[in-house]
Ligand binder design. Structure first.
Ligand SMILES: [Zn+2]
Length: 365
């Protein structure tokens, strides 16, 4: 090899190294937030096309809260009814229901919660059922089961209580008798069980919320918890269940569809999983067409400015627009452009069918 040739190669390599230094600096995944240059039609929807019922909301201080500000925010969004799943039970629930009935009787629905303390004592089941009956008498219109069942609820012997524990059966049956639905959140997104590595779609969420990381022994495999939930659905066909968060199958709609096919007593809502739908607008739209009678509107966390992402995915055919939390979705959203008849079902008609005592006169036909 000639000297001249060698010099030329060294020269090229050093140019490349210099270019790398100036244009390929390391940047954190969290920092990288490119501004899209795509120019396409944009429809920022801040007010839903139809009045709607949010079946998955949490207001912890409803007993003493001034509800007027909340109602003002709801009006801005076109939310006619908010379902507060954090109704607690006993005196607390009664005081929440009183505040609502005194000030805004037709704007809020309250779901009761079970107090699992003492499960395993001889009279626990009977008193839990009696408490639920009283809570319904005092104004509860549904039962919410938190993910603590399956994750952390223990009986009086210190054993983790399974979601399909036999001691809970009379509660599910009582809900059928009282004609109230059970909204149940079990487990969490499946990637929380995966290794916390560069392949995990929820890596950022685990990194920023390490307490959400799970494993097969903390407390149980994801499939086991989900199976236990489905066992309850199957064993109590007269009870209406709403599987929260699309049953954590928003990223696998074919499986969710099979579940809904086999269990006509099960409904679902898309709280906190709209990003899954927004990344598969064609499959999601087909799913909404097929299961239009089984899907309810849910959001979960009360952050009024985030509803626009939900409306946009449901109502528009916008392309490549941002989601509001990078740790849920580092990808962009696409709208499903649902037709009015399906929007009406999802926004209010399906909820009116299964949640009692909502004022139907606030909604169009
Ligand atoms: Zn929730």
């Amino acid at each position: 090899m000639s000297n001249r040739f060698l010099v030329a190669i060294v020269f090229i390599i050093s140019i490349n190294a210099a270019q790398c230094q100036s244009t390929n600096q390391h940047m954190d995944f969290e920092t990288y937030d490119p501004v899209s240059t795509l120019v396409v039609p944009r429809h920022i929807v801040t007010h839903a096309k139809f009045p709607f019922i949010d079946v998955h909301n949490h207001q912890w201080n409803m007993a003493s809260q001034d509800l007027s500000e909340l109602v003002r925010s709801m009006d801005t969004l076109n939310m006619k009814v908010m379902v507060n799943l954090s109704g607690s039970n006993g005196t607390n629930l009664q005081r929440m229901a009183e505040n609502v009935s005194t000030h805004y009787p037709n704007r809020f629905i309250i779901f009761a919660n079970i107090n699992f303390n003492g499960i395993g004592n001889n009279d626990w089941t009977a008193s839990a059922v009696k408490q639920l009956e009283e809570d319904v008498k005092h104004g509860a219109n549904g039962l919410k089961i938190f993910k603590s069942l399956g994750f952390s609820v223990k009986d009086n012997s210190g054993k983790l209580v399974r979601i399909d524990d036999l001691r809970l059966d009379p509660i599910w049956d009582k809900c059928a008798e009282l004609k109230i639905p059970v909204l149940i959140h079990s487990a969490d997104p499946k990637p929380f069980w995966f290794p916390e590595d560069k392949y995990n779609e929820r890596w950022l969420e685990i990194a920023t919320h390490p307490e959400r990381k799970r494993s097969d022994t903390d407390p149980a495999p994801w499939d086991t918890l989900i199976q236990e939930q489905h066992n309850v659905f199957r064993k109590h066909p007269n009870t209406i269940f709403i599987a929260a968060h699309f049953g954590w199958y928003a990223n696998d709609l074919a499986t969710l569809g099979k579940l809904l096919d086999s269990l006509p007593n099960v409904y679902t809502e898309f709280g906190a999983v709209i990003a899954e739908l927004g990344r598969q607008p064609r499959a999601a739209r087909a799913f909404f067409e097929k299961y239009q009678d089984r899907i309810l509107f849910g959001k979960d966390s009360w952050a009024p400015e985030e509803y626009t992402t939900y409306f946009r995915v449901l109502e528009t055919e916008d392309e490549y627009f941002p989601y509001h939390k990078k740790y849920h979705a580092f990808w962009r959203m696409y709208g499903m452009g649902l037709p009015d008849d399906i929007l009406k079902k999802v926004y209010y008609k399906n909820a009116l069918k299964i949640i009692p005592n909502i004022d139907k006169t606030m909604f169009p036909d």
